[in-house]
Design a protein around this ligand. Structure first.
Ligand SMILES: Nc1nc2c(ncn2[C@@H]2O[C@H](COP(=O)(O)OP(=O)(O)O)[C@@H](O)[C@H]2O)c(=O)[nH]1
Ligand SMILES: [Mg+2]
Length: 252
């Protein structure tokens, strides 16, 4: 349920028919009819305004802004730490680290020497454009380089909340199961690239790679899929080249 952050995502409403006048009644709930106010449109419209401001700031600074999304534990922070270590002498970098309660991810990035700012979301299940904008008042943009935004681990809510980014990097690890592309189709459809992480574990899990890739194609026919391991570094050269190409395209 997304009631904690109030984003009112329709997928999170119970499958109870809405009666005229907005009255819903779930006979199994033991509760009487309640009035449901759908706030989604207003919240998303407001978010879009803040996202447009962020987008303008990124463009003015020539920054490639990437929003990293995944389920918790897919390997976003590990991947980011390896990525910024590989690129830190090549171009300016910065990281916004979305984390529900701790500073652990931000500390892992800070250890690489790359500027990082942590955004704690508490019970919130995604970052939003206003929070990112506020963070950008405190974290200087890496002019002409890359800003990585690590979103909160969640494959549902972040898809609706534009942060003003240039692209969404979706990380799926092979330990999560091959059924995710269809189950979480909207985020696969919205992604700019899919990083299939933890391929070092393929021999140890019954992950059906062919089915996963076929299902990705059904949802997003031309989504680039890069297989890699943030632990061993396998496949990283291709990922780093993808980033270089996106930076070059932005400059053009
Ligand atoms: N075997 C293996 N473990 C990984 C890989 N990438 C991340 N991990 C591990 O997965 C766990 C979650 O990683 P983390 O980066 O914190 O994921 P996040 O929650 O998406 O940021 C940690 O124990 C990592 O060491 C990988 O490519 N291979
Ligand atoms: Mg993390």
């Amino acid at each position: 349920m997304c009631t904690s952050c109030g984003c009112g995502h329709p997928d999170m409403l119970p499958a109870v028919p809405l009666r005229p006048g907005g009255l819903v009644h779930d006979p199994g709930s033991g509760l009487g009819p309640v009035r449901r106010i759908v706030l989604e449109q207003d919240i998303l419209a407001k978010n879009a305004e803040f996202a447009a401001v962020n987008r303008h700031r990124f463009a003015a600074a020539g920054v490639l802004a990437l929003n990293l999304v995944s389920a918790p534990g897919a390997g976003k922070t590990t991947l980011l730490a390896r990525t910024v270590t590989a690129l830190r002498d090549e171009c300016p970098l910065a990281v916004l680290s979305g984390d529900p309660y701790t500073a652990q991810d931000a500390e892992r990035i800070a250890a690489t020497g790359v500027p990082v700012l942590q955004i704690n979301t508490g019970k919130g299940c995604h970052l939003d454009a206003q929070g990112v904008g506020r963070a950008l008042d405190r974290l200087p943009l890496p002019e002409g380089g890359i800003l990585f935004i690590e979103n909160v681990g969640n494959l549902v809510c972040p898809v609706d909340f534009d942060l003003g980014e240039d692209g969404m990097v979706l990380v799926l690890s092979v330990t999560e199961g091959e059924d995710k592309p269809l189950k979480y189709a909207p985020i696969f459809a919205a992604a700019s690239v899919l990083l299939l992480n933890k391929v070092d574990l393929l021999a140890h899990v019954d992950f059906d790679l062919v089915r996963c890739l076929n299902d990705v194609r059904r949802v997003h026919a031309d989504l680039p899929v890069l297989q890699l391991s943030a632990r061993s570094g396998a496949g990283f050269a291709t990922w780093l080249n993808w980033l270089r190409q996106r930076c070059a395209a932005l400059r053009r």
